[in-house]
Design a binder for this molecule. Structure first.
Ligand SMILES: [Zn+2]
Length: 337
């Protein structure tokens, strides 16, 4: 059985109302080198096309989708969400899919939403898979110099992309999309997954740190995204059976340390961090590290947390012994057992 088929079994496409956006909140971001308030809105669409076919092993965003979401509904959601916008200079517009996918959003809606967004904020961030980042599409965007495009790279290792994540893209696709954005004067951001399934803790450190180095010449910002266990995913299935543990927070700190010399700005996603489903340590030292990671994303000069906790020894031991315990990046033999 292929990984593509295995993942399809866990998927439960959401049946949310296309009349309601998923959520909206305010967070801190850096725009033109300055810390500023950022308004984030998650719109409900029919979801990522790849997720409807099979999907990535850790991604449960399709849970938040609608069966159908016509362009006029997506526009109405955006306008309703923007009633809560209170002058934040930076806007992030997420769709749990690809904002540049005509089939997911509709060309008219893409244009309308971006044009409105750029009249209300100084900078706008959208997300897309690389296959929708074409010259034709970028040239059609309003004021593209103020748009930042975020791409889920996850790993620069094509074997990990294929056998662990089921990403349906390779590093070459990512590189091409980034070069095009650079050519158009657009800012870019890469999401890097920390600890895809089937990798040991140690392999996960190497994978994320080397991915950060490979991506650094191609993007302005690197976002380290430690896995959080999302519902109806292969990762959740493994986690429930005790065959997957989200990364240790020590692992996240180690990746940051190893990626210290990259040229891009580095930020860390703390979604779910400190909980059982997110990156976590022993429970005693978690909150200090999570606070540090949160602060680090807007101020990289902040002091790292106290590394003294008994669980650090446990983590160091794990880095030495774990390996034969897991089938590294080979889900097929794992499932055939
Ligand atoms: Zn601890």
């Amino acid at each position: 059985m292929t990984l593509e088929n295995i993942i399809r079994r866990f998927r439960k496409p959401g049946k949310g109302s296309p009349k309601r956006f998923v959520s909206a909140w305010t967070e801190q971001e850096v725009l033109d080198g300055e810390v500023t308030d950022c308004f984030v809105v998650v719109l409900r669409t029919k979801g990522c096309y790849w997720s409807r076919v099979s999907g990535c092993s850790m991604c449960g965003y399709i849970n938040d989708c609608a069966e159908e979401a016509p362009p006029e509904d997506v526009i109405a959601q955006f306008e309703e969400a923007m009633e809560r916008h209170a002058g934040q200079r930076f806007l992030k517009i997420y769709t749990s899919g690809s904002f540049l996918d005509d089939d997911e959003i509709g060309v008219g809606a893409i244009q309308h939403i971006l044009t409105t967004a750029l009249t209300r904020a100084d900078g706008v961030l959208i997300e897309s898979r690389p296959e929708f980042i074409t010259r034709e599409r970028l040239e059609g965007l309003p004021d593209s110099g103020r748009i930042e495009i975020a791409i889920g790279l996850e790993s620069a290792n094509d074997v990990v992309l294929r056998n662990s994540i089921n990403k349906k893209m390779d590093f070459g696709d990512f590189r091409k999309a980034c070069e095009l954005c650079q050519d158009m004067g657009m800012a870019t951001r890469a999401y890097i997954l920390v600890k895809p399934p089937f990798l040991t803790e140690k392999e996960a450190i190497t994978d994320a740190a080397s991915t950060a180095r490979s991506a650094s010449s191609l993007v302005d910002t690197i976002s380290l995204n430690p896995v959080n266990v999302q519902r109806n995913t292969l990762v959740e299935f493994l986690w429930k059976r005790g065959e997957y543990r989200p990364p240790w927070l020590w692992t996240v700190l180690e990746v940051l340390d190893q990626a210290e010399d990259v040229d891009s700005r580095v930020v860390v996603s703390t979604a779910g961090a400190g909980s059982r489903r997110g990156a976590h340590n022993c429970g005693q030292c978690d909150s200090a590290i999570v606070d540090f990671l949160r602060e680090f994303s807007t101020d990289s000069s902040v002091d790292p947390p106290d590394p003294r906790c008994e669980c650090r020894e446990q983590w160091l031991d794990l880095l030495d012994v774990q390996g034969p315990m897991q089938c590294s990046a080979n889900p097929h033999s794992f499932f055939d057992r």
